[in-house]
Design a protein around this ligand. Structure first.
Ligand SMILES: [Zn+2]
Length: 207
């Protein structure tokens, strides 16, 4: 991705691919992050000043300050002048600048990092579901290592923490690195005597 693409995702409403492969419009990531700083804000309309104080999400606030600080420092290093407008306008200014290849590569990297951090903060990914007590058909073990970690795990979440369609699940063995995907997953779950329906209900309870 280019710096321009990254700035666009951070600053503008943009298209995002849905689970079913359809693109839909989502708000700018920085707008979502600002909204996360004071999640209670929207609900306080009409409540006057009598309601409880609006809770602040310190992680969102820290990340916003980190991004703003870095962007302003970079702007100063590039132009030797301070930036006197918003962070959003600064990112768009970066994307329109005639940058050296080094600065372009650096800012591209930094903006990808911001996108990843905002995404991880707002939509933390759920861990893979461990298939405790099940033996890997490839290596014959159910646990490995001194800590006896569970070999088999099921991948069933998308990036936003929603359950994927069963046909897109995957199973991996952390010990021998064998992997199964697609229709093999259903066969393997049956062979492990762990019907998909049971996994679905167990997974739903965890979520
Ligand atoms: Zn294995």
């Amino acid at each position: 991705m280019s710096l321009k693409d990254n700035a666009h995702q951070l600053v503008r409403e943009h298209l995002k691919m849905d689970r079913d492969g359809k693109a839909h419009k989502v708000p700018a990531l920085l707008e979502e992050l600002r909204r996360a700083v004071t999640p209670g804000h929207a609900g306080s309309a009409g409540g006057g000043m009598s309601g409880p104080p609006i809770p602040i999400n310190p992680n969102a606030l820290d990340l916003l300050a980190e991004i703003e600080g870095e962007a302003r420092r970079d702007h100063y290093e590039i132009t030797s002048t301070g930036w006197h407008s918003t962070l959003e306008e600064l990112l768009q200014a970066f994307a329109a600048m005639d940058l050296t290849p080094e600065w372009d590569a650096y800012l591209t990297h930094v903006t990808v990092d911001w996108i990843d951090k905002i995404t991880a903060l707002l939509w933390p990914s759920k861990p893979r579901r461990k298939l405790v007590g099940k033996t890997c058909p490839a290596c014959g073990w159910s646990t490995y290592g001194d800590e006896r970690k569970v070999c088999l795990s099921l991948g069933c979440w998308d990036d936003e923490g929603n359950m994927r369609a069963i046909g897109t699940w995957d199973i991996e063995c952390a010990s021998c690195e064998a992997a199964w995907a697609g229709e093999q997953v259903a066969y393997l779950l049956r062979a492990l005597d762990t019907p998909g329906a049971v996994i679905v209900s167990e997974v739903a309870q965890v979520s």
